[in-house]
Design a protein around this ligand. Structure first.
Ligand SMILES: Nc1ccn([C@@H]2O[C@H](COP(=O)(O)OP(=O)(O)OP(=O)(O)O)[C@@H](O)[C@H]2O)c(=O)n1
Ligand SMILES: C[C@](O)(CO)[C@H](O)COP(=O)(O)O
Length: 240
């Protein structure tokens, strides 16, 4: 790992305040069990074990703060961590997290991407330190088409320029804060943090990640995640 002298680690914001409407479960998806632990705890553990992460803010639903705080002890999380309530949109939840951090660098990650690896976190962080901002991503495998509201194809962009963007996304905290404040002033709501930073004219470097870093969004994703996690655990026990 190549941590640069002027970049002593990073804070992580893990956003887990969504409702999980596409999952359709009564319990919000980030709190569902994935084998032995809630999904968000698997995610948290990757950042807790990471040597570059100096502080964590875990953003949850307002009604979930207390029970999630209890998990911090139960699952032995040791990195300094705050559990706070989020907002109506993902962007608002990230901003609440930003207000709690003091590190120069920040990594924003979805609580429902539990299969991110230590190496991917490091690669994203190092690319940000080198280039100012970075996102993890994978090249799209399908042909992607633009379709109008009536269901007609309007364009087929060249697939070679299309990447599916994941998290973590890494930024200077001051840049991300400014980007969020500008977006809020202008009433702009984006689906990721990079969009807000791009609007400021800040270049964002893409770091090739892995298809396995899925966002658990629908019931199919949950089935797949159960399979992956059971394989990981069997491997850990030396059975696979
Ligand atoms: N107001 C919100 C909305 C989303 N998120 C978090 O952002 C991540 C990515 O969002 P997504 O997968 O879309 O989650 P939901 O918004 O919960 O899902 P849905 O859109 O199906 O309701 C999730 O970890 C989610 O908990 C958040 O912290 N605050
Ligand atoms: C941030 C993100 O995970 C990048 O793929 C994604 O944009 C979150 O989007 P969602 O609308 O909250 O699913």
């Amino acid at each position: 790992m190549v941590a640069q002298a002027n970049s002593p680690g990073a804070g992580a914001i893990i956003v887990a305040a969504g409702r999980g409407t596409r999952m359709g479960t009564k319990e919000s998806k980030q709190y569902l069990m994935l084998q032995d632990k809630p999904i968000v705890v698997h995610t948290l553990e990757v950042f807790d074990r990471h040597p570059l992460i100096t502080e964590i803010v875990l953003v949850t639903g307002e009604q979930d703060v207390e029970r999630v705080r209890a998990w911090i002890d139960e699952y032995g999380i040791i990195t300094p961590i705050k559990v706070i309530p989020g907002g109506a949109e993902r962007q608002h939840s990230v901003y609440q997290g930003l207000l709690q951090l003091s590190s120069v660098w920040v990594l924003v990650h979805d609580g429902v991407r539990p299969f991110v690896t230590e190496e991917q976190v490091t690669a994203c962080y190092e690319a940000a330190v080198k280039h100012q901002a970075a996102v993890l991503a994978v090249p799209v495998k399908d042909t992607v088409k633009q379709v109008d509201e009536q269901g007609w194809v309007t364009a087929t962009p060249d697939r070679r320029s299309l990447w599916a963007i994941q998290t973590p996304q890494a930024f200077r905290r001051s840049d991300l804060m400014r980007a969020h404040e500008e977006a809020a002033k202008e009433g702009f709501v984006g689906t990721d943090d990079s969009m807000l930073v791009e609007r400021m004219g800040i270049p964002v470097r893409v770091v090739e990640g892995a298809y396995g870093n899925i966002k658990i969004t629908t019931p199919d994703d949950l089935d797949y995640a159960e399979f992956v996690q059971s394989q990981k655990e069997a491997k850990g026990r030396g059975n696979a």
